[in-house]
Design a protein around this ligand. Structure first.
Ligand code: ZN
Length: 315
């Protein structure tokens, strides 16, 4: 072999060996990389196994909005808090979405002590706007004072009940006083509407009625109308619209859970006048009526969304 052929062989050999060696290194690196990746994958899978448990295993935490994406997996949680699907967690659904009893989806809005020229027209406007009928328990005194408002109540299809003439609890103690107060109120209402009322709501509630009063009412063909949901809108310390809304919605939910229709007590209220000083009972009374007006649209909208329909106690 001469030097020329030796050099040629050497070059050919190098041309083959060097790329092969380089390729080998690369392959090794590649495999090494794969090994790293595989190791990472195993670790990832292990981590996944260890943490694929909802750490917030108790329903109270899980119910709070926003916690779903804020949960941070914590090692060891799975031992104390096994994974549970939300449906398996008791107490999640406080309210059934459907009521079995059809009649429990009826509510009766009732407004007492009017009619007056301030709040009653506002309440009538709201009821008209929402296409809802209600029952107004009016006093004979306010019927005489505001016949135009009472006429409007009748013309707009609401029911009207007798709520005494004077709204004086003293009448319960005297049979003759009770009977004459009842009759005066009936006459005052009939003089405006042309119809004698058949519903009677005793001022202060049915607990005020003794057996004598009940007999008098029965003789005259009255149906006694109480309530089972109070808005507590006569709170002497004042009530906010929010409190009023909560009182009514919670009350309706409670009553309808038992399968009964809800009769909601609110007040359009007696005629008021002047400018009572802040903090006085008169001032709080006016503020409470404003709360009634502010709360009513929300109450109607929410109950409608919940599938309730509105009716009058005369139906
Ligand atoms: Zn009353």
């Amino acid at each position: 072999m001469n030097w020329r052929s030796f050099l040629t062989t050497l070059l050919i050999g190098m041309a083959i060996l060097i790329p092969a060696a380089l390729l080998s290194v690369r392959l090794d690196l590649n495999f090494g990389g794969l090994k790293v990746k595989q190791a990472a994958g195993e670790q990832f899978k292990k981590e996944l196994r260890d943490t694929a448990v909802f750490p917030a295993g108790n329903g109270e935490t899980a119910e709070k909005p926003g916690t779903e994406t804020e949960r941070q997996p914590t090692a060891g949680h799975e031992e104390r808090q096994p994974r549970r699907e939300p449906a398996e967690q008791p107490g999640h659904q406080e309210e059934p979405t459907e009521q079995p009893e059809k009649h429990s989806r009826v509510v009766y809005l009732t407004f007492d002590d009017g009619p007056n020229t301030v709040t009653t027209p506002q309440i009538l406007d709201i009821l008209k706007r929402h296409g809802v009928k209600a029952t107004f328990f009016v006093t004979g005194r306010n019927a005489r004072l505001n016949p135009g408002v009472l006429r409007r109540i009748r013309e707009e299809g609401h029911a009207i009940g007798n709520h005494s003439y004077c709204h004086d609890y003293a009448a319960y103690r005297d049979q003759a006083a009770f009977a004459s107060d009842l009759e005066l109120a009936a006459e005052a209402i009939e003089a405006v509407t042309g119809t004698r009322p058949v519903l009677y709501r005793p001022p202060g509630g049915t607990a005020n009625l003794n057996h004598v009063c009940r007999e008098i009412l029965a003789e005259r063909g009255y149906r006694i109308a109480g309530w089972n949901v109070s808005s507590a809108d006569t709170d002497p310390h004042g009530v906010t619209p929010e409190q009023l809304i909560n009182n009514v919605l919670e009350g309706v939910a409670r009553v309808s859970r038992k399968g009964a229709p809800a009769v909601i007590l609110m007040h359009d209220g007696a005629q008021t006048g002047g400018h009572p000083a802040p903090g006085t009972p008169g001032y709080i009374y006016v503020k409470n009526r404003e709360a009634d007006v502010a709360a009513l649209p929300v109450i109607i909208r929410t109950l409608k969304e919940q599938g309730f329909t509105f009716s009058t106690l005369a139906e």
